[in-house]
Design a protein around this ligand. Structure first.
Ligand SMILES: *Cc1c(COP(=O)(O)O)cnc(C)c1O
Length: 413
């Protein structure tokens, strides 16, 4: 279509609009985003994908979390118009920074992406040439300091930038490790919870040493709400960068995350990210709806009555315990992790191993392979291999379903 012709059609349309049946306009516009009303499709069924009841935690392989209604609303209501992605990321960032009482913030495609971008920011600063060359900068590799007992699977996100991880085991080693190639120091907040160890350098020592040598500090607290206070704690302590997953207990899109802290670093992180064409973060882009969704999730999470929610979770553990303890030999206990990650009520389930041939594995598999499919956790308490039931990701009506299905298995039905 010639441009002149197109313009003519566009100017005519609003006038002609009232004369054309609406169905015609719908079909004529390839950009129409309003779903055509047809019978709802059950995509789980169409693809033969099992619906799973999540009686565990916000595990990535189980799709993380379920988005809050506010998030779905934000996604749906913003999907119908274009936005300038630079403006959106900037404006959402200003709001999130206000909400989290820090200098600056941005939405990333998960905490793992935030780890890449934060490290890239520490390496490149505002240097365009370095942005282009990363992860293959000339000269010695940039160095990121970590405690040896904090090393974890997600630190590959750090080395993705070309950086090398330098392990230290105590304060003097950390002091000695800092040199002209050091670009950042990374603290894995949940190391104690994951490994049952103690940090060999405390948060405060870690920050103090880094500050003394002007090295930016980054803390990965991806799964560390509740309590909600943790969203404020680490920037107040003095960490320059903080990340949380959006798709865990904050209940944003699974593919979203937060990176926040010092403005200079967030500015540099944005330059290493989409919508810029080529930087290291481009293959990890977050879309418009996810950005709006992350914002809506954080807003809803901060506004929520956390005490009431905690009370509801405890009530669920009681409901489940009452059903299970009717089975002879079965005992339950509320278990709340004492560490920094996944701190919420769960139910430990013990059964008489002298009288029963059931093992944690067989129970886990029976729950998982049954109908409906229920995924719980297997764990160990004082050498006893047991089943642990998470309640925070259950829908109200699923509490009973999980309790009765597990009772059935424990009774040997
Ligand atoms: C989940 C998790 C990540 C990765 O977060 P995503 O949002 O899935 O990218 C990183 N670090 C820790 C400690 C985590 O628990």
């Amino acid at each position: 279509m010639k441009r002149r012709h197109l313009l003519k059609t566009l100017t005519v349309l609003p006038i002609a609009g009232s004369l054309i049946p609406s169905s015609f306009i719908l079909n004529a516009s390839p950009l129409n985003t309003t779903p055509v009303k047809t019978k709802p499709v059950d995509y789980f069924e169409e693809l033969g994908v099992k619906r799973v009841i999540n009686a565990a935690a916000t595990m990535t392989f189980l799709s993380g979390s379920l988005m809050l209604p506010e998030v779905l609303e934000a996604i749906n209501s913003t999907a119908h118009d274009f936005a300038d992605m630079y403006e959106l990321q900037d404006k959402v960032g200003v709001k999130i920074a206000e909400m989290l009482e820090c200098e600056a913030a941005m939405v990333t495609s998960g905490a793992a992406c935030a780890l890449v971008l934060g490290t890239a920011a520490a390496i490149t600063g505002m240097d365009a040439e370095k942005r282009k060359q990363i992860p293959n900068l000339p000269g010695p590799r940039p160095e990121v300091i970590m405690q040896k007992n904090h090393r974890y699977v997600f630190d590959q996100a750090i080395t993705t930038t070309g950086a090398k991880i330098i392990e230290v085991e105590n304060v003097p080693e950390m002091e000695a490790a800092i040199n002209e190639n050091t670009v950042m120091a990374l603290f894995f907040n949940a190391a104690e919870s994951w490994y049952g160890i103690e940090d060999s350098i405390t948060h405060e020592q870690f920050i103090a040493i880094s500050k003394k040598h002007s090295i930016p500090t980054f803390i990965d607290a991806a799964a560390d709400v509740p309590p909600v206070e943790n969203l404020f704690k680490y920037q107040k302590m003095g960490f320059d960068l903080v990340t949380f997953s959006g798709g865990k207990m904050i209940r944003g899109p699974q593919s979203s995350g937060l990176l926040f802290g010092k403005k200079a670093l967030i500015d540099a992180a944005k330059l290493n990210y989409s919508p810029h064409e080529a930087p290291i973060g481009r293959p990890m882009k977050v879309n418009k709806e996810e950005i709006f969704g992350m914002y809506a999730a954080l807003k809803a999470y901060l506004a929520k009555d956390h005490e009431e929610e905690w009370g509801m979770w405890l009530k669920r553990t009681q409901q489940i315990s009452m059903v299970l303890e009717k089975v002879p030999g079965v005992k339950t206990a509320v278990y709340i992790p004492t560490g920094r990650a996944n701190v919420f009520p769960t139910v430990d389930v013990f059964w008489d191993k002298e009288k029963s041939s059931l093992t944690a594995d067989t129970i886990y598999n029976q729950l998982k392979n049954g109908t409906p499919s229920i995924v719980c956790s297997k764990t160990e308490r004082n050498g006893d291999k047991i089943i642990n039931i998470g309640v925070v990701l259950l829908k109200t009506e699923q509490v009973k379903i999980v309790a009765h299905r597990l009772k059935e298995i424990l009774t040997g039905q």
